[in-house]
Design a protein around this ligand. Structure first.
Ligand code: G1P
Length: 294
C-alpha cells in the first residue's frame, strides 16, 4: 500500500494578466464560476479525495484567499440572527479545520516549478497532491479522487490527462502514452508547450498531479525551460528516469478558467448543472434575441 497522500498544494501566486482589469487588485483565483471562487472548487475537490492539509503558495495581493478560508464571525452572526441556517451550515462545512491550512509566498514569478518548490518545507518528505486552481472540472467523482484510486494501485507519481484539440497542444504540457488503460497507463515522456507538429500526443496535463517528494530536489536545481520559466514538467521528465509516472485519462471534462473562453463556458455549464438556477437561466437564455448578437 503506497504512503497516504494527506497534503495538497495550490499555487495561487500568478498575476492573472489575462483577466485585467478584473485581476488588478483581486486574485484571479477569486473569480467566480456561478457563485463559488475558482480556488473553492479546487479545495473541495481535494477534500473529496481525502486531503487533510491545504498549502497555498501565494504572492502579493492574495491576502483575501487567506480570509476566504477563515471564519467570518460578523457574517456568521448575521446569518444566524436572520435564521439563514442552510447558508451558515454550508459556509462552515466548506472551511478547512483549524490548523489545516498553510500559506507561503513565491516572492518572484519564476514559473510553476518554482512555485511548487516554495512549498517544500511545508510538504516535507511525503507524497502530495498538486492542484492548479485555474482548471475547473466537471467530473464525478472528482478528478483527484479518480487519480487517488489509481495511486492506491500503483504508487509513484500520477498525472491527470485529457485530450485537447491539436491546435491547443502548444498551450500545455503533453505526455507520451505508454502501456495500460485509461484509468492507469505508463507515461513514457512529457514535454512542456510543444509546437503542434512536434507534440507526441494531444493528451495534455490538465492541472492535477500526485507527486513524490523527490521532485523538490530536482526543482531545487532551478533550470529554466519553456518561456524562460522553471517548469515542473521538465523536473518530472527527469524524475521519470527513476520513478514511475502513471497517467489517468479521467472521466470528466476540464474548463481552463485561465482563459476567458474557458471561464465563460464554465459559467454557463455550471449554471445549467444547478437545480436552483437551471430553469430560470434557460428561460433568460431563450428570451435573449441571440440573432442580434450573432
Ligand atoms: C501549467 C503546466 C502545464 C499544464 C498547464 C495546465 O502551464 O506547466 O504543463 O498543462 O499548467 O493548466 P501554465 O498554464 O502555467 O502555462
Amino acid at each position: 500500500m503506497p504512503k497516504r497522500v494527506r497534503t495538497a498544494v495550490f499555487p495561487v501566486a500568478g498575476l492573472g494578466t489575462r483577466f485585467l482589469p478584473a485581476t488588478k487588485a483581486m486574485p484571479k483565483e477569486m473569480l467566480t464560476v456561478v457563485d463559488r471562487p475558482l480556488i473553492q472548487y479546487a479545495v473541495d475537490e481535494a477534500r473529496e479525495a481525502g486531503i487533510e492539509h491545504f498549502v497555498f503558495v501565494t504572492g502579493r495581493n492574495k491576502a483575501v484567499i487567506e480570509d476566504h478560508f477563515d471564519r467570518q464571525f460578523e457574517l456568521e452572526a448575521t446569518l444566524e440572527a436572520r435564521g439563514k441556517t442552510q447558508a451558515l451550515d454550508e459556509l462552515r462545512k466548506e472551511l478547512p479545520s483549524a490548523g489545516r491550512t498553510s500559506f507561503t509566498r513565491q516572492q518572484e514569478p519564476l514559473g510553476l516549478g518554482h512555485a511548487v518548490w516554495c512549498a517544500r518545507d511545508i510538504v516535507g518528505d511525503q507524497p502530495f497532491a498538486l492542484l492548479l486552481p485555474d482548471m475547473v472540472f466537471r467530473a464525478k467523482p472528482g478528478v483527484l479522487r479518480q487519480m487517488m484510486d489509481a495511486y492506491e494501485e500503483t504508487g509513484g507519481n500520477v498525472i491527470g490527462v485529457e485530450e485537447c484539440a491539436w491546435e491547443d497542444v502548444s498551450s500545455y504540457g503533453v505526455v507520451v502514452r505508454g502501456e495500460g488503460t485509461d484509468t492507469g497507463f505508463k507515461i513514457d515522456g512529457m514535454v512542456e508547450k510543444p509546437k503542434r507538429d512536434e507534440a507526441p500526443s494531444n493528451l495534455f496535463i490538465s492541472g492535477r498531479y500526485i507527486l513524490q517528494p523527490e521532485i523538490f530536489t530536482l526543482l531545487a536545481e532551478q533550470t529554466k525551460g519553456a518561456g524562460g520559466e522553471i517548469q515542473l514538467t521538465d523536473a518530472m521528465q527527469v524524475l521519470m528516469q527513476k520513478q514511475a509516472f502513471t497517467g489517468v485519462k479521467y472521466d470528466g471534462k476540464v474548463f481552463d478558467c485561465g482563459s476567458k473562453l474557458g471561464f465563460l463556458t464554465a459559467n454557463v455549464v455550471f449554471a445549467l448543472d444547478r437545480d436552483d438556477i437551471r430553469e430560470g437561466f434557460l428561460k433568460e437564455l431563450r428570451n435573449l434575441d441571440l440573432e442580434d448578437h450573432l
